[in-house]
Write a protein of this length. Structure first.
Length: 423
């Protein structure tokens, strides 16, 4: 396969994977073709071009970026989902991720639908002021589609609270101060205590429960984490606090390994100083591919999609894989892992702490009444563990994997909302 073909296959993986997982749940729910088609279709898909003048070596040049927002379903509440800045972002990927948000919000039973947006851009290539203009132009063009009761944006891969603040500013120019238009924004602008850590904290909460259910206490567990961004770094920190031994970590450049355990606080300090994990004292350097195949108890992919595919699924040695990223396992790999008796805790459950905390942030904005940090974490943990229990019981009862059980619960809620509203 040429590099271009490989890239193309990878791009299609997300949609194929999503469809394959859904079909498994559709079968057990006995939905007919018409119902399946409705659930698989996007409500609206918007693609825009965003011109931007950039300066390189004193020379000004014009570049045109492509932006997307896919609003998948809003039967249960306003569209909700992140905005991703990544050079490989494309409509297929964003569509699959928008669908995943519909199931995620339904699974944790918050009154939202699902959406996802993106700009095909490498944010590291732009200066901060260029990124600000790009974000504000994206918001200008998408503004008619957004709204506190229509579509609410959040951070995702490549975006952060600062980007949310720019969206808030641009939207508020036309509508007056509207903090509830974005979640994951800075505390100073109505952000919520705990939102930044919530996804990682939630992944750790679910990991602890899933491990205990399989007879593994965290203080005995050896953990490998791929990705050291907002999600991976907080998972690592929280799991280390809970007593786990984190033996390997990685970022986009590569990984670091220390069999006796990495001091996560030291890794965070190292990255603050040096940007990358590379060269972390006391560790040996490994590649991201090697990291995924390390012998360990728990593997947590917390970076991008499709990192575990049919090429490496046979070589994964962890007993349990917890999907902190969205769709890190392709459907072919998922089949292989299941046949090999591996436990997979699916993204739709594992990383739902992020959107759950977004919901709490939005509620606080609507009520103009901020909560204490403890309240956010208490409610987050309580709801996640309740959802985990529902999924676990259904999976055991029906003899299906956790992903299929989670999708069944979510699809049932969305289908019921559609039926009752009578679209
Ligand atoms: N981007 C996160 C996700 O994929 C959070 C979405 C949100 O908070 O709306 O779940």
């Amino acid at each position: 396969m040429t590099a271009e073909e490989t890239e193309k296959t990878k791009k299609c993986d997300c949609e194929d994977t999503q469809r394959h997982f859904l079909n498994r749940a559709f079968e057990t729910l006995r939905l007919d073709d018409a119902q399946r088609n409705l659930l698989l279709s996007s409500f609206r898909e918007t693609l825009i071009s965003i011109p931007l003048k950039v300066r390189r070596n004193g020379i000004e040049m014009l570049r045109t970026f492509t932006g997307f927002r896919v609003q998948h379903n809003h039967a249960r509440g306003p569209f909700k989902g992140g905005l991703r800045y990544h050079p490989a972002s494309n409509l297929n990927e964003i569509r699959a991720l928008a669908q995943l948000m519909t199931w995620k919000t339904a699974l944790v039973n918050i009154p939202y639908g699902g959406a996802k947006g993106g700009i095909a851009v490498d944010p590291a290539e732009l200066h901060a002021d260029e990124l600000e203009v790009l974000t504000k132009r994206f918001t200008q063009k998408m503004r008619p589609l957004l709204g506190v009761h229509q579509d609410i944006v959040a951070p995702d891969v490549g975006t952060n609270p600062r980007v949310m603040a720019w969206i808030l500013e641009e939207y508020s120019k036309a509508h007056g101060y509207t903090p509830g238009i974005v979640t994951g924004k800075p505390l100073e602008l109505g952000g919520s205590e705990g939102r930044l850590e919530a996804t990682g904290y939630g992944v750790a909460t679910i990991t602890r429960q899933a491990a205990a259910d399989h007879g593994l206490e965290l203080n005995q567990a050896r953990v490998v984490i791929q990705g050291f961004g907002n999600v991976g770094s907080h998972v690592a920190q929280r799991l280390a606090d809970l007593g786990a031994t984190v033996i390997a970590l990685s970022d986009a450049r590569g990984g670091v390994l220390c069999e006796s355990g990495i001091d996560v606080a030291a890794a965070l300090a190292h990255v603050r100083e040096n940007t990358w994990l590379e060269g972390l004292p006391g560790t040996e350097t490994i590649s991201n591919a090697e990291l995924l195949e390390l012998p360990c108890d728990i593997l947590i992919p917390a970076a991008l999609e499709s990192v575990i595919d049919c090429d490496n699924a046979e070589r994964i040695r962890a007993d349990m894989i917890v999907e902190a990223a969205n769709m890190p396992i392709t459907h072919q790999a998922d089949d292989i892992l299941r046949e090999r008796g591996k436990i997979v805790v699916p993204d739709v459950l594992a990383n739902a702490g992020g959107v759950l905390a977004s919901y709490y942030e939005w509620v606080q904005n609507l009520q103009e009444f901020p909560w204490e940090r403890d309240t956010v974490f208490y409610r987050l943990e309580e709801r996640l563990l309740r959802t985990y229990g529902e999924v676990h019981r259904l999976a055991a009862h029906k003899g299906v994997d956790m992903r299929t059980a989670a999708y069944e619960l979510a699809i049932h809620r969305v289908s019921e909302a559609i039926r009752l509203r009578g679209f």
